[in-house]
Write a new protein. Structure first.
Length: 370
């Protein structure tokens, strides 16, 4: 056996959910560019779970089922009120989702239909959890979701208590589409490993959230925004980035393990960043970001990934920096649950081997002689 660091290049399973081939990302065979430009997030959710884009009746049914499941138990809300107001938001999300399992009488039913029901509940409830905690820590009461609206609309509405603009809803919806699935990434693999033991779906999602929490995975967009805040002004970009490059420091939001010629999702977020900046007559973050891209790509050949421009997009939508990664989870739970369904429909416990590199042929010495 020969180990491959980080499992790079190892094909661990088969999947019909998403693919990355020659730098092209698809969901169920649909190019991400087409879905980002023409599809709603709920249509993508249906595609990931059921293998097809919905017709109007199927989409309406999905909307209804999501709406019916969007509220969270009052006991979970009361628990969140006891969390420290400065708690890490991903730790809060991880804890709250684990708590939701306690109030689902079918949590341990691993049958396909039961898991579809749990997938719907989790997709509907994650935005409610994130928005509720954001308000609780600000000393405000959570705002319940409003019937007849999309996940993107309701998340922004529950976060602020105010009607979001059409452009804000459109930007949020597109961001959710772009983050919905990404083949066998770290958090998806964590979810599949967990449920392959026949643990429950909630445990799989908690595992995925734990993996997404890391700055090398979902936390990268928050790190990008921290960098933009540190730079503070367009005139400071060159000196800041050049110093990083000269010292061979990592610049978050650039490069990707599986994309050699650029992340196909990045261009959509760049466009959204520009449009939101133009709409608010404030292109500062967009201009800073494009200058950073020019320097890093020009000198290192690295291109922006999905995290780079999502930082400025979310900030211009008025979203606090520490909610960026939870928003990633709101979207990616659609892909996580799709992979869990696929894993359990043809399950085999995931148990790889390790190449042993420790000492060998050691002889036991009694404790008196050590």
């Amino acid at each position: 056996m020969t180990a491959t660091k980080g499992l790079e290049g190892i094909v661990a399973t088969t999947s019909s959910i998403s693919s990355i081939i020659d730098g092209v990302l698809t969901y169920r065979g649909y190019n991400i560019d087409d879905l980002a430009e023409h599809s709603t997030f709920e249509e993508v959710v249906h595609l990931l779970w059921f293998g097809k884009l919905p017709n109007q009746e199927e989409l309406s049914e999905l909307h209804t089922r999501l709406e019916k499941n969007a509220a969270i138990p009052s006991a979970v809300v009361e628990q969140m009120k006891l969390y420290p107001s400065d708690a890490n938001t991903m730790a809060v999300l991880r804890t709250a989702i684990s708590a939701l399992a306690l109030y689902d009488e079918h949590a341990n039913d691993t049958g396909h239909d039961a898991n579809v029901n749990k997938a719907i509940a989790l997709q509907a409830q994650l935005p409610t959890v994130v928005a509720a905690f954001a308000r609780i820590r600000a000393g405000k009461e959570p705002v319940p979701p409003k019937a007849g609206h999309s996940i993107a609309y309701n998340f922004l509405y529950m976060l602020t208590g105010e009607e979001p603009s059409a452009s804000a809803v459109s930007a949020m919806d597109k961001a959710l589409v772009l983050h919905a699935d990404h083949e066998l990434n770290a958090s998806t693999f964590a979810a599949r490993v967990t449920v392959a033991t026949l643990s429950d779906m909630y445990s799989g999602i908690v595992s995925a959230i734990g993996a997404l929490k890391g700055p090398l995975h979902g936390g990268a967009n928050e790190a990008v925004m921290m960098m933009l805040e540190e730079i503070a002004d367009l005139d400071h970009v060159d000196d800041y980035i050049q110093s990083k490059l000269d010292n061979k420091e990592k610049i978050m939001g650039f490069g990707h393990r599986v994309y050699k010629n650029g992340d196909p999702r990045a261009k959509h977020l760049q466009k959204m960043s520009r449009e939101l900046g133009e709409a608010s007559d404030n292109l500062k973050l967009y201009d800073m970001s494009t200058r950073i891209e020019a320097l890093v790509t020009g000198q290192k050949g690295l291109k922006p990934n999905v995290d780079f421009y999502s930082a400025s997009v979310y900030t211009m939508l008025g979203i606090p920096r520490d909610l960026f990664t939870p928003i990633f989870a709101i979207s990616r739970v659609s892909g996580w649950t799709a992979h869990i369904l696929e894993q359990l429909d043809n399950n085999r416990i995931i148990r790889p081997r390790a190449e042993y590199t420790g000492p060998s042929n050691q002889l036991f010495i009694p404790i008196q002689a050590r």
